[in-house]
Design a protein around this ligand. Structure first.
Ligand code: HEM
Length: 499
């Protein structure tokens, strides 16, 4: 869901300031730890920790490490960083019990002063605290992104899938760039009705800069980090972010005034608002932030899914062949697959499910926060605990899946029903994302073979490794592969359909 920029990890702070901040936090953490442990409450099992720092040394939390830990400690694990408790839910059952059945207590979001106030993302739907603002923004996005409303964006999404195919034909080596462009152009069109026509689009440049900086601030820079460079970094991030959301908002308002606005989420929200003839600053702020959130929320997640698909196809050419047989039989070779073909392409569908299983784009979900103390399986979960759902591990649960590291779409075919990665209950962009990812997968399979790269020295195929860069999203590491048109006839089909 969110892009990180590792270059921001190197914030320079004087060692003295750092040591002082570190000492204060360690003492505060130790005090909280002492207070909690002396109350004789029983918590979920924890890995060994440092007295003062808690589990800080094992940060950042890595889902691979947590998956290993679950094997010895069980499916619910308690960790603590400077006295901040966190619960890791390693099975779908535990996640359902708390996040769904007791959702009223666990739907809040944690926020930091840095992200929430200094960078001003505390009003964004994905980070806003549970309350009126959250409910208003959820209502907005649900109203215009529900399954029926999302269907009206299918022509624009189909167009983006065609641009992707055309770009892959022209320059297959840059497949990651083309996939990113498809994903961002689709989300920007949905949100603001704006067409991204070049690689140097003003809104995209701002969105990439603001989003990567804001996310890096959460991933790499603790909110208590002092120092002038940290503050100036936060100021710059806020400037970029405000510019990103306000400039896009104002542009759509101007387009509405001049009668040139294209259909979009924001256009519909403004239309409804204008009908009320009211001036409601709070409502305006909610429209600004609900839409301002979409780029960060929607681009990288879909992109990771499609890049993972390419990776898995390059490792499993027999899957590509089987999918192509299905597409040729159902759709033919005179046209590209459309959403109407989807119900008749069960194998393509199972490939998509297996992509989400083998590499869930948000492997630890987004953090939730408990509002009140709770008792679950006789163990205490304190108020203000962060909850992380280890979706990576859930998708490898041997109760449901065998041979979990194997890319095996057949496991999802009707006879072998297994639960897939279910971002459907929680992500408001799910219907839109589902169509974008499906269109990319089906269109690429229809016209391209995806093969391992060839080693220039030995002349042998080199299947890419299934390796990822852990972060909020789990991007596949850079890899090479060959994306070749299936035949001259398929080249003609691309040229004819994708202009
Ligand atoms: C394959 C692509 C996607 C995946 C896997 C995905 C998954 C998720 C997940 C797991 C969450 C967190 C749910 C939770 O807190 O428990 C989420 C939240 C969210 N997603 Fe998506 N998402 C995708 C694409 C999109 C798209 C395209 C959009 C917008 C057009 C979008 C908008 C959002 C928003 C606004 C939130 C925050 C919702 C809230 O806090 O209530 N997502 N998504």
């Amino acid at each position: 869901m969110f892009a990180g920029n590792p270059s921001l990890t190197s914030v320079h702070v004087s060692p003295n300031i750092l040591a002082t901040a570190f000492g204060i936090c360690a003492l505060a953490g130790a005090w909280i730890f002492h207070r909690r442990s002396s109350s004789h409450q029983e918590y979920f099992p924890s890995p060994p920790s440092d007295t003062f720092l808690g589990h800080l040394r094992i940060m950042p939390l890595d889902f691979l490490w947590l998956t290993e830990l679950a094997k010895t400690l069980g499916d619910v694990i308690h960790v603590s960083i400077f006295g901040q408790p966190m619960i890791i839910l390693n099975t779908a059952e535990a996640a359902r019990d708390l996040m769904e059945k007791r959702g009223a207590n666990y739907s809040d979001r944690p926020t930091t002063t840095l992200l929430g106030k200094m960078i001003n993302w505390g009003n964004m739907l994905a980070f806003v605290r549970y309350g009126d603002r959250f409910r208003a923004q959820r209502r907005f996005v649900h109203q215009y992104l529900n399954s029926q409303a999302s269907a009206s964006f299918r022509p624009a999404q189909t167009q983006q899938a065609k641009i992707l195919v055309k770009n892959l034909l022209k320059n297959p080596t840059d497949f990651r760039k083309h996939i990113n462009r498809m994903s961002s152009a689709s989300v920007v069109k949905l949100t603001y009705g704006h067409d991204i026509l070049s690689d140097d689009d003003e809104y995209t440049n701002l969105a990439v800069a603001a989003t990567s900086r804001a996310v890096a601030s959460v991933q790499y820079i603790p909110s208590w980090f002092p120092g002038a460079s940290f503050k100036s970094e936060a100021r710059l991030t806020r400037k970029l972010s405000d510019e990103m959301i306000y400039s896009a908002y104002n542009r759509v308002k101007e387009e509405r005034a001049s009668g040139t606005a294209q259909p979009s989420l924001l256009n519909s929200l403004l239309e409804d608002y204008e009908k009320t003839n009211a001036i409601d600053k709070d409502h305006e702020l909610n429209m600004i932030f609900a839409t301002g959130n979409m780029y960060a929320a929607g681009v990288e997640t879909s992109e990771v899914a499609v890049v993972t698909f390419i990776l898995m196809m390059a490792r499993n050419p027999e899957v590509v062949k089987r999918a192509q047989e299905e597409i040729d039989r159902v759709v033919g070779t005179e046209q590209l697959p459309t959403p109407e073909d989807r119900p008749n392409l069960p194998y393509v569908e199972s490939i998509m499910k297996e992509v989400f299983r083998i590499n869930p784009p948000l492997p630890l979900n987004l953090p939730h926060r408990s509002m009140k103390e709770d008792v679950y399986r006789d163990k205490v979960i304190p108020a203000d605990t962060l909850l992380l759902a280890n979706v990576w591990n859930m998708m490898r649960d041997e109760t449901y899946y065998q041979d979990t590291e194997k890319f095996y779409p057949e496991r999802f075919l009707p006879k072998v029903m297994a639960p897939g990665y279910d971002f459907t209950k929680v992500c408001p962009g799910r219907f839109f994302a589902d169509t974008s990812v499906w269109l990319a997968i089906a269109n690429i399979l229809a016209v391209f073979d995806i093969l391992p790269a060839i080693d220039p020295v030995t002349g042998k195929e080199m299947p890419p490794a299934a390796e990822y860069v852990p972060g909020f999203t789990n991007k596949p590491k850079l890899f090479d592969c060959r994306i070749n048109p299936r035949s001259d006839k398929h080249i003609s089909l691309i040229n004819q359909e994708c202009n």
